[in-house]
Design a protein around this ligand. Structure first.
Ligand code: SF4
Length: 355
């Protein structure tokens, strides 16, 4: 028997004993598994739990998701980032309602054809919900696999992910498909850690693992070199008139599409060097926007890091006399309950609330 063939027998008993009790593991409802898998992309488990519970209590069924209005949907997703994931969830729910009679499809090709569902998510739903032999190969699984076998293939290439899925598929046995998928993910998340030293002493694969034997875990997985992020500098205006704040909606495409934001402008990097001049320019900008500024209460900086870009922002809380029509003027309560404000602007909002 090869080390790979031995893997399920080593891993499955460990998983049964050590699996975390997570809300989406309470049943095998495909809506629940699907939602959790989409939320967990790029987001930590601890952060997802609250979002998951809130989302399901607001939209408990695929039908409710299909019929939700966009503001509700984006508000439920507020802070999770990668908002197209939420939009695709809804598109897929609408396809399920119109083309599958409201029932989540069981066929892997039909699952894969739903908007926003790639090979990983389809594999997870297929194996966990329908006991199909469909490996779900994500970063956690790739890390475990490449370390276990000292496989130096570049995991950023789709052909590597396909090859790992092909290698894992024969290990999937009836009634254990979901457990194997989740066990691999769990080992990657909790033992064969992404950042920092893996907990090899606690790992059920330690006897066979080549990376452990050769102390070579740091060399796996092999990835593309990271590209430098683009850096943008922004001036953010938190315009307050009485108990109202100015917000505007971003364009329908691109980063943070259709979400709400405080008025802001891109500025050259040198702009931040002289705080007094920058503050004066923020007031001028507020004047040009027709808000008739009277006072600048606060000036603060914050950097938000997206996958490919960094926003280096300076925010100004400015009291105004006028409320130009080019913005929506909302109360604190409305902004909290009705409008999705991305995390990039949250620190300014929290600071404005304290002043
Ligand atoms: S023994 Fe260590 S390196 Fe190997 S799979 Fe387990 S945790 Fe990862």
């Amino acid at each position: 028997m090869t080390p790979l063939e031995r893997l399920p027998a080593l891993l499955l008993p460990w998983y049964e004993k050590n699996r975390r009790d997570l809300p989406w593991r309470q049943d095998r409802d495909p809506y629940h598994v699907w939602l959790s898998e989409i939320m967990l992309q790029q987001t930590r488990v601890e952060a997802v739990i609250g979002y998951y519970n809130r989302f399901l209590s607001a939209l408990p069924t695929i039908e409710a998701l299909a019929n939700a209005d966009e503001e509700t949907l984006l508000k439920l997703w507020e802070g999770l980032g990668y908002y197209n994931r939420a939009r695709n969830l809804q598109k897929a729910a609408q396809v399920i309602m119109t083309q599958h009679g409201g029932v989540f499809p069981r066929d892997i090709d039909a699952i894969r054809a739903l908007p926003g569902i790639g090979p990983y998510t389809a594999g997870a739903i297929g194996s966990i919900c329908f006991d199909l032999p469909t490996p779900a190969v994500d970063g956690n699984v790739l890390r475990v696999y490449t370390r276990y076998l000292e496989d130096g293939a570049n995991i950023d290439k789709q052909q590597t992910k396909n090859a790992v899925a092909d290698a894992l598929r024969p290990l999937y046995r009836p009634h254990l498909c979901g457990a194997l998928t989740q066990a691999l993910m769990e080992l990657g998340a909790c033992v064969c850690l992404p950042n920092g030293t893996p907990l090899c002493a606690d790992c059920p694969l330690k006897e066979d693992c080549l990376a452990r034997r050769h102390d070579s875990w740091a060399q796996f997985p092999v990835r593309d070199p990271k590209k430098a992020r683009k850096i943008l500098f922004k001036t953010v205006l938190i315009l307050r008139c009485g108990d109202r704040y100015a917000v505007c909606k971003r364009g329908r495409t691109g980063l943070l599409a259709s979400l709400w934001e405080f008025p802001n402008v891109d500025v050259p990097p040198t702009h931040q060097c002289d705080p007094d001049t920058a503050a004066q320019q923020a007031l001028t900008c507020a004047t040009d926007l027709g808000a008739a500024p009277t006072d600048l209460l606060l000036q603060t900086g914050y950097t938000h890091i997206f996958t490919h870009v960094e926003w280096h922002m300076t925010g100004y809380l400015i009291l105004c006399r006028k409320m130009p029509d080019s913005f929506l003027w909302v109360t604190k309560e409305q902004l909290e309950t009705d409008y999705a404000l991305p995390s990039a602007f949250r620190p300014f909002w929290e600071l404005a609330n304290e002043n």
